[in-house]
Design a protein around this ligand. Structure first.
Ligand SMILES: C[S@@+](CC[C@H](N)C(=O)[O-])C[C@H]1O[C@@H](n2cnc3c(N)ncnc32)[C@H](O)[C@@H]1O
Length: 292
């Protein structure tokens, strides 16, 4: 099964036979059909899912809206409901699917960093994982700044370097295998404009490999030492069944004990989320403090 796109048409093939097609005109689905003998077997779902996916319908951080004509029968209605469509209330009976991304802890970090770290600066991603935070930092650093990314897992480092290459940013950032507790061996004090930690485990990999307080605390201290005055550290802390609460509480204690004369610390709780929700924290190294 395969869906190929030709302009605004989406063609559904089973082996080499065309068995369905759909058309998207702006945000309006103007055609959706699966050949009669292939109906009721999941092919319509596949065609709709692929068409939505190809138009960012499942992208976590992108708003999207799709409008479908009034469903002709129960099967069409069930298909629309399956993908989150509901009636618009318009006289034509049309249905719509609206996706408005929620603010996540990571997205909050990106927005905060976007407004506080300098374009073209020097940045560190101390937990590069699949590379999304590194990509964000590289876009901010580009073209003249630099980003170093690190992770203890080679698979994460490979994924990050691949993502940077796909976006033509391999000259701006690079990922290496390194435990972030050792970052002070690689980065001279007072040289970074921004650091991001997104603790926890590598999405899609073994959850048993995750960050832990014994490396997190020295890494946070080394990262603060590596910041220039005026630099910013962002960290997302996690807790829960797999990871426990120890790392989060230890990091919070560390943040709360930082001297007010040198640092401004923000712990940004999502007040109506579960207590185990990811917790974004920021440390701003005060600009006029010159000692390390
Ligand atoms: C939530 S993921 C990071 C997500 C990532 N920043 C992204 O944008 O996809 C956490 C990562 O931290 C890494 N990690 C855990 N402990 C580490 C350590 N001591 N040093 C470096 N990386 C570590 C894990 O291997 C995992 O890839």
């Amino acid at each position: 099964m395969q869906v190929t796109r030709q302009g605004n048409r989406y063609l559904l093939y089973k082996e080499s036979s065309l068995i369905g097609q759909a058309e998207l005109d702006g945000d309006r689905i103007t055609l959706f059909t699966v050949h009669t003998q292939w109906r009721g077997r999941g092919y319509g779902s596949y065609l709709l899912r692929e068409m939505l996916r190809m138009n960012d319908g499942f992208a976590r951080q992108i708003s999207s809206r799709f409008v479908a004509p009034a469903p002709e029968n129960d099967a069409a209605m069930a298909l629309l409901q399956k993908f989150g469509f509901s009636p618009t209330g318009a006289p034509d009976g049309s249905w719509q699917r609206v996706h408005a991304p929620d603010l996540s802890a990571v997205e909050l970090c990106h927005r905060f960093l976007e407004s506080t770290i300098p374009t073209g600066g020097s940045f560190l991603d101390a937990t590069c994982g699949n590379g999304h935070d590194t990509l964000f930092l590289c876009r901010k650093a580009s073209p003249n700044g630099r980003v170093l990314a690190m992770d203890i897992q080679p698979a994460a480092v490979e994924a990050t370097n691949r993502l940077l290459a796909e976006h033509g940013l391999q000259g701006v950032g690079r990922a290496i295998v390194c435990n972030h507790r050792d970052l002070g061996h690689l980065i001279p004090p007072g040289t970074l404009d921004g650091v991001m930690f997104n603790f926890g485990w590598l999405p899609g990999a073994d959850h048993a490999v995750h960050s832990a307080a014994e490396s997190t605390l020295p890494a946070l201290q080394a990262a603060l030492d590596a910041l220039k005055p005026g630099g910013v550290l962002a960290a997302v802390l996690y807790s829960g069944k797999v990871i426990g609460d120890g790392e989060k509480q230890a990091a919070l204690e560390f943040f709360r004990s930082l001297p007010l004369t040198k640092y401004t610390v923000l712990v940004c709780e999502f007040a109506n989320w579960a207590p185990t929700a990811p917790l974004p924290c920021f440390v701003l190294k005060r600009p006029f403090h010159t000692g390390l």
